[in-house]
Design a protein around this ligand. Structure first.
Ligand code: GLU
Length: 294
């Protein structure tokens, strides 16, 4: 009976995904401006990419609203739109972008190894990561939160984990996975880690864990796809400024991306990108945060 129910739930969820993906297809990607043969100083990353006419960009593919593959296998979301705006200023149209899935734990490594030219992937700027990569931005500010099954009011915030009887799922190499540890009585028995958040969402749905923790906007994306299944529990309890990750020491490229972000805020492209993506379930249209030109 229980298995039957799970199969039914899975089937309904799959139908929902198909419907959502079909519905979103028509209007999720905005028309980004593509510069016509832009010129850049010799030897810069901008010149190299503009000459190549293609670019490798890292993003997530399982996070509705920020980076999520549609049925054609192309990612959509706010991170994806921000990337398209940057590529456009290099004269690279969206169809010339090679998208690379960058799970939380591999982001620094992929940048260091040159597997991607930059990353937009709900990537929190912090000092530890700055030892290995540089960040343009921030272009958005999220905060860590918790998601539980609909109707479960036993968890109202991270303090609920101190008693030691509740379990929480997060992703390896993410800031929320590190930060939640301080609230756990027993890390080994309470913290479940996967490589992607959709696995945590499934574990929550299947009652294998009691909560999922990561940034509020990622959780809101999952809730928007399954409002009867999940809810947020409590307020945000960290600040997660999202940056565009790039090779350490490439100050010209970092300055260029920072300029692009500021121009996008002025032209309205930033707001448009939000409204076409995460803005569909989060009506608080953000303003571009103060860029940190460190
Ligand atoms: N923003 C957090 C981080 O960069 C959580 C989201 C993620 O794992 O991408 O670790």
């Amino acid at each position: 009976m229980r298995i039957k129910n799970l199969v039914a739930v899975a089937a309904i969820a799959a139908l929902g995904l198909v419907a959502a993906a079909c519905g979103d297809d028509s209007d999720d990607s905005s028309d980004v401006e593509v510069a016509d043969n832009p010129t850049f100083a010799a030897g810069t990353t901008m010149e190299r990419l503009a000459n190549a006419g293609t670019i490798n960009i890292g993003t997530k593919i399982d996070q509705p609203g920020f980076g999520m593959n549609n049925l054609d296998g192309k990612p959509e979301g706010f991170d994806v739109e921000i990337s398209k705006i940057i590529a456009g200023k290099l004269g690279i149209s969206p169809d010339k972008i090679n998208w690379v899935e960058t799970q939380s734990a591999v982001r620094e490594e992929y940048i260091e190894q040159g597997k991607v030219d930059f990353i937009t992937a709900t990537y929190t700027i912090n000092d530890k990561r700055k030892e290995r990569v540089d960040f343009a931005g921030p272009y958005y500010e999220a905060g860590q939160s918790l998601m539980v099954r609909k109707g479960d009011d036993s968890i109202k915030g991270p303090e609920a984990f101190r008693a030691g009887d509740k379990t929480v799922c997060s992703v390896t190499g993410s800031t929320p996975a590190e930060n939640i540890k301080q609230y756990l009585a027993n890390e080994a028995s309470q913290l479940v880690l996967f490589d992607t958040y959709d696995k945590c969402r499934d574990a929550l749905q299947n009652e294998q864990v009691d909560a999922v923790t990561t940034d509020n906007v990622i959780l809101l994306g999952y809730i928007s796809k399954a409002e009867d299944a999940f809810q947020l529990a409590g307020d945000t309890f960290t600040t997660e400024p999202y940056g565009v990750g790039l090779k350490k020491g490439d100050t010209e490229f970092r300055n260029f991306i920072n300029d692009v972000l500021e121009e996008a805020a002025e032209s309205g492209a930033y707001e448009e990108a939000w409204k076409n993506t995460a803005g569909k379930f989060d009506s608080n249209t953000p303003e571009l945060p103060q860029i940190d030109r460190y």
